[in-house]
Design a protein around this ligand. Structure first.
Ligand code: 5GP
Length: 194
């Protein structure tokens, strides 16, 4: 998605020994709603003809993206995996573990209430970044626990120099990333695939 690539080049900041891309001005802190709606429409275009009963994401950054994509998917309900098991989702939950990328690499559990994910449903996964694939792997695991089916994963930014894309595609899951980064550094900036 050309507009996204331009936005990353213009506003993205490379941090943490050239491994972390900060896009706080339009995606991860301040959110450019009109732009995120366009991102949602692009996901729909990529998954044209696919039945989507539900969108599943993970808090926090995925929520806004998924909510702004939902109108492009006939307002499919959006469910987000929670990182803390609160009283709100006491009772029957699906649980999986994420090896955290941005939270000091300490693994943490995510939870989805069994009430909001049902067997046989076709589920589209949405997230902001794909890096090592752990967040997506945990979401896929939860969909499978529910006996539901993964339609695919809509990712805004894939860091293709990390193994997540290969791992997730290796599981037979279709990944549509709107910008794929081949490499990046403070010196060279961001270089995209293709
Ligand atoms: P993974 O599980 O694929 O290693 O990482 C995916 C999650 O880590 C995403 O949900 C995202 O929140 C976060 N993440 C991974 N890499 C980056 C990055 O370069 N920048 C930002 N802002 N978040 C990232």
């Amino acid at each position: 998605m050309e507009e996204l690539k331009q936005r990353i080049c213009r506003d993205g900041k490379i941090r943490g020994s050239n491994e972390v891309l900060k896009v706080d001005s339009f995606l991860n802190h301040q959110m450019d709603v009109a732009f995120l709606q366009a991102i949602g429409q692009e996901f729909r275009r990529r998954f044209e003809g696919c039945q989507v009963d539900r969108i599943l994401t993970i808090e926090a950054s995925g929520i806004g993206i998924a909510c702004l994509a939902a109108p492009s998917f006939d307002n499919a309900p959006v469910v987000f995996a929670k990182k803390n098991k609160t009283k709100n989702i006491a009772g029957d939950v699906y649980i999986s573990t994420v090896e955290s990328f941005t939270q000091g690499k300490r693994p943490y559990n995510i939870f989805v209430s069994k009430e909001f994910l049902k067997a046989g449903e076709k589920v589209l996964l949405i997230d902001d970044f794909l890096a090592n694939g752990s967040a997506l792997s945990a979401l896929i695991d939860i969909v499978h626990q529910a006996g539901a089916e993964v339609v695919g994963a809509g990712i805004v930014i894939e860091k293709a120099f990390q193994p997540g894309g290969e791992i997730i595609r290796g599981k037979g899951v279709r990944v549509e990333a709107l910008a794929r980064i081949e490499r990046m550094s403070e010196e060279t900036g961001v270089v995209f695939c293709e």
